[in-house]
Ligand binder design. Structure first.
Ligand code: GDP
Length: 473
């Protein structure tokens, strides 16, 4: 690699290293100081990339007050499972599409925009739940301005409702409470309000400051009111960004598309992203070949709070990765490569630590604990994360599910190899196995199961876990 970069012959570089007393082969990694000596010896110039260089290239620009323009709020829906998060997201999207807002059916790109009747534009993240919210935050991308806390009026406050409250509070993001399923005879909105009070969420109806709206995703009751409540909250927040600068955004989801290559949905946070822009995103880089909006239309540019699909990446980034437009191709590439190496070093260090830790942990733990190992492959990062989260919740003191590996993309031979070694089945969510993986799996007796509904997958694993339980007893 070093020889390549210097446009010198590998043999000459190796020879030179040997003359320095280092017996190396051509694929060996050498430290930075040695590399620098070699580079100078060959008469080339050294440029080292470091954390501070990366920061220099993608430095925070202080925006002038007059450059700041108001931008749409970005909304995440959270709440307990089955309380209607997905239904509300769908109802809002469909209502606006039918209202003639868009030129047809919205594309699923992980986020969408709607306009309220009074004309405010809102950007919704289409992956409900706090798993995605938290994983984005842990990667340094806080994109959410407002959290909609969905609580079913017939079920009231549940464990994940409390978790969602805590996540929103930890992130310092204001909440709006949507009391859902108000069409049901068993609906008791007052009970919801009273229980929220116990968790220090004081809604307006209880003389507090948190807006609360009674809604029904099924009948559409209260949805327009909910949108206006969001618009009002956004006004209070005075959200602003400078559209006239190099874009920065966060990856909402990313996948490897068979026809189009790596595709990432990016929510622009500041600046304007344009076709032709050169960028770095996490450990990947690229040049914007095309931008596609939530209606599936090609657009020339995307400003603050606008979600767009970005084509033209060299690899698939991860949800939560930050995208920065750079001035030159070389900058983007160097930062991406620097990050990749840094991440590799970190993984190598962490890998060794985990194994030891795991071994010790295992020794300490009850010998009667059974583990159900599985592999998870999904079409998008958000789904993979949601599945892993759900898996972690399955089990008790005697049985537990262990996700050996989870990833995005088709099931490959590598996955089958890992599954075989650990006696684990492979759970594919909206993905298939490629031919060689399928053949190998057949040969080695590795089970591959396909799903398109997360609940089905979870149910099957639950059943397997309880089967394991009874078999052990
Ligand atoms: P999520 O897990 O929070 O995303 O919940 P879903 O949106 O998948 O909804 C869970 C179940 O509740 C589904 O069977 C929905 O049809 C139902 N549901 C959602 N909203 C309403 C509502 O407003 N009224 C009624 N009656 N049922 C609802």
């Amino acid at each position: 690699e070093l020889a390549n970069r210097m446009a010198e012959r590998v043999a000459d570089v190796v020879k030179s290293l040997m003359q320095m007393g280092m017996m190396v082969t051509q694929n060996q990694t050498i430290d930075a100081d040695t590399a620098e000596l070699i580079i100078e010896e060959f008469g080339h110039k050294v440029t080292r990339v470091s954390d501070s260089d990366v920061e220099d290239v993608i430095k925070e620009i202080e925006d002038k007050e007059e450059d700041l323009k108001s931008r749409p709020p970005v909304i995440t829906i959270m709440g307990h499972v089955d309380h209607g998060k997905t239904s509300i997201l769908d109802a809002i999207r469909n209502a606006r599409v039918v209202a003639g807002e868009a030129g047809g059916i919205t594309q699923h790109i992980g986020a969408y925009q709607v306009k309220t009747e009074s004309g405010t534009v809102l950007s919704f993240l289409d992956t409900p739940g706090h798993a995605a919210f938290t994983s984005m935050r842990s990667r340094g991308a806080q994109v959410t301005d407002i959290v909609i806390l969905v609580v079913a009026a017939d079920d009231s406050v549940m464990p994940q409702t409390i978790e969602a409250i805590n996540h929103a509070k930890a992130a310092n993001v204001p909440m709006i409470v949507a009391i859902n399923k108000c069409d049901k005879p068993a609906a008791d909105p007052m009970k919801v309000r009273a229980e929220l009070l116990q968790h220090e969420v004081i809604v307006e109806a209880m003389s507090g400051e948190v807006q609360d709206v009674e809604v029904s995703a099924h009948t559409g009751q209260g949805l327009e009111e909910l949108l206006e409540a969001i618009a009002l909250q956004a006004e209070i927040l005075e959200l602003k960004a400078n559209p006239a600068r190099a874009a920065q955004g966060a990856v909402i989801e990313a996948q490897l598309d068979v026809g189009r290559g790596p595709v990432a949905t990016v929510l622009v946070q500041t600046g304007t992203l344009r076709q032709g822009d050169i960028f770095v995103v996490g450990e990947q880089y690229g040049k914007v070949r095309a931008l596609i909006n939530d209606k599936g239309e090609r657009v020339e540019e995307a400003g603050p709070s606008v979600p767009v699909e970005v084509l033209g990446l060299n690899g698939t980034p991860e949800a939560g990765d930050v995208l920065n437009v750079t001035e030159t191709d070389a900058q983007a590439r160097e930062i991406a490569e620097y990050r990749e190496q840094a991440a590799k070093d970190k993984r190598a260090a962490a890998g060794a630590a985990t194994t030891l830790e795991q071994l010790m942990q295992k020794a300490k733990e009850d010998e009667n604990v059974s583990e159900l190992p599985i592999l998870v492959k999904a079409d998008v990062q958000g789904s993979a994360e949601a599945i892993v989260q759900a898996m972690e919740k399955i089990g008790n003191n005697e049985v537990r599910v262990r996700v050996l590996h989870s990833g995005v993309g088709a099931i490959t031979e590598t996955d089958v190899g890992l599954a075989e070694a650990s006696g684990a089945p492979i759970m594919g969510f909206n993905v298939r196995a490629n031919t060689s993986a399928r053949n190998t799996a057949n040969q080695k007796g590795v089970e591959i199961r396909y799903y398109s509904v997360i609940y089905d997958l979870v149910d099957d694993v639950k059943a397997a876990a309880s089967g394991l339980l009874s078999a052990e007893i």
